[in-house]
Structures are given as structure tokens and as C-alpha cells.
Ligand binder design. Structure first.
Ligand code: SF4
Length: 236
């Protein structure tokens, strides 16, 4: 594809995303994912942190065998890896595990141990942002489990939007859901969830950067607690 063709394709995709964001604002999550499956087919994937498998489950009903992309940072709780393995074993999805260019040991040798304590932005860039860039390269659209009620930084999440940095359509089919909606869907469909959600964690990320939440805190208060950092850079 020439640079001009690429520019046209990017402009068309961006216009498509923005129009769909308006048209689908009041649509249900299955309707949004049906649109994604019809529009992009196998050029569409779901990303999952393996906090739960709600979006993967929703997507698999519209696009059986859908690719579910998981970032294995090397710092996950064993429960998260176990959830990934269970999803792969029992759901009609194709789990793809992405890994960073360096192992944790190689990163420690190059940057010193516990980079996550000293420079979490650099650690997230190397262990999350860069692997996801590579992993999403072959897709036109990706879905996330972002919800507006999770934190103030996510309050304006569109159900379909344009991922300017990656030049892809970004779909958040449960953006308008509440935690109660998620809990009801999990209960109704027996969807796999990370066991840590039953152990005081409301949002599950890398072990060194995640703590349990206290009563009254928002769901993401346990992520990078005390550092001022609120997002890993995947959704910026
Ligand atoms: S969440 Fe923490 S350990 Fe995981 S990549 Fe980011 S800084 Fe590193």
C-alpha cells in the first residue's frame, strides 16, 4: 500500500469509528460487538487483562474463535495466569499471549531491580505499551473492557472511538456498564473471573503495582497506589 492509500485508509477508518461512536452510543454491548464482527471480521480482537472474561465472552458469542490478546508482563499474580489458562481451556476464543522484548531478569540487569518503583512509566512502556503496539499491528480494531464508572479518567470513554496513536478503531462495548451490570452478567452466564476479585482486589494488574482497595475507594484506587500514576499508557 502506498503512503497515499494508507492515509486514505486511515482517514476512512477514523471517520467510520467516529460515526459508529455516535450511532452506537445507546446500543447494547452485543449490538456493538455484532457491528465490530460484521465490520472487521478476523481483523478485530479483544484485549484482556484477565481480571474477568466478560468482554471475551460477549465477543465470542458474536465472533466464535475471536482472538483474545493478553499481555504477560512477567509481573502478574499466579491467579491472573491461571485465569488466562482457564479462559483458553473453556471458552470459544483464541488466546494470544504477548510478551515484552526483555524478560524481567534482562530488564533488571539493564535498568536495575524494581524499575516499577523508580520509573513505572518506563516499566509500563517496555512491558505493556510496546508489546501491545506490536501485537495489535495486524488488526484494524480492538476491544477493551474500559468502563466509564471505573475512574474519572475513564468517564468519557466512547463505545467506539479512534485510537489516534495506533491508527485503529477502539471499541469499548461495556463503557456504559456499571459494576452491578458486570456482576449480573458474570452470574447469569457463569463467566470466569480472577479469584483475586473475591479477595479484596477491585482491579487487577501487575503484582508489584496492585493492592486491595478500601471501602469507599474507586475500583482503580489500588493501582500504582500513592504514586500519582493512574493509567499504564495503553489507553492514553
Ligand atoms: S504495572 Fe508496574 S510492574 Fe507492570 S509494567 Fe507497569 S510499572 Fe511495570
Amino acid at each position: 500500500m502506498t503512503a497515499v492509500q494508507e492515509k486514505h485508509r486511515t482517514d476512512d477508518l477514523k471517520a467510520l469509528a467516529e460515526q459508529a461512536g455516535r450511532d452506537l452510543e445507546d446500543a447494547t454491548a452485543p449490538e456493538i460487538l455484532r457491528w465490530a464482527a460484521d465490520t472487521f471480521g478476523r481483523a478485530f480482537c479483544v484485549t484482556s487483562s484477565m481480571e474477568d472474561a466478560v468482554v471475551a465472552h460477549l465477543a465470542s458469542r458474536e465472533l466464535p474463535g475471536v482472538d483474545v490478546v493478553f499481555l504477560d508482563t512477567g509481573y502478574h499474580f499466579p491467579e491472573t495466569i491461571g485465569t488466562r489458562d482457564a479462559v483458553e481451556a473453556v471458552m470459544d476464543v483464541n488466546v494470544i499471549t504477548l510478551t515484552p522484548a526483555r524478560t524481567v531478569a534482562e530488564q533488571d540487569a539493564e535498568h536495575g531491580p524494581r524499575l516499577h518503583d523508580r520509573d513505572p512509566d518506563l516499566c509500563c512502556r517496555m512491558r505493556k505499551v510496546e508489546p501491545l503496539e506490536r501485537g495489535l499491528a495486524s488488526y484494524l480494531a480492538w476491544a477493551t473492557g474500559l468502563r466509564r464508572d471505573e475512574s474519572p479518567t475513564r468517564a468519557n470513554t466512547p463505545v467506539v472511538g479512534w485510537d489516534e496513536r495506533r491508527g485503529k478503531v477502539k471499541i469499548s462495548p461495556i463503557a456504559r456498564w456499571t459494576q452491578d451490570d458486570v456482576d449480573a452478567y458474570v452470574a447469569e452466564h457463569g463467566v470466569l473471573t480472577n479469584p483475586l476479585l473475591m479477595d479484596g482486589y477491585a482491579s487487577v494488574g501487575c503484582a508489584p503495582c496492585t493492592r486491595r482497595v478500601l471501602a469507599g475507594e474507586d475500583a482503580r484506587a489500588g493501582r500504582w497506589s500513592g504514586s500519582g500514576k493512574t493509567e499504564c499508557g495503553l489507553h492514553g
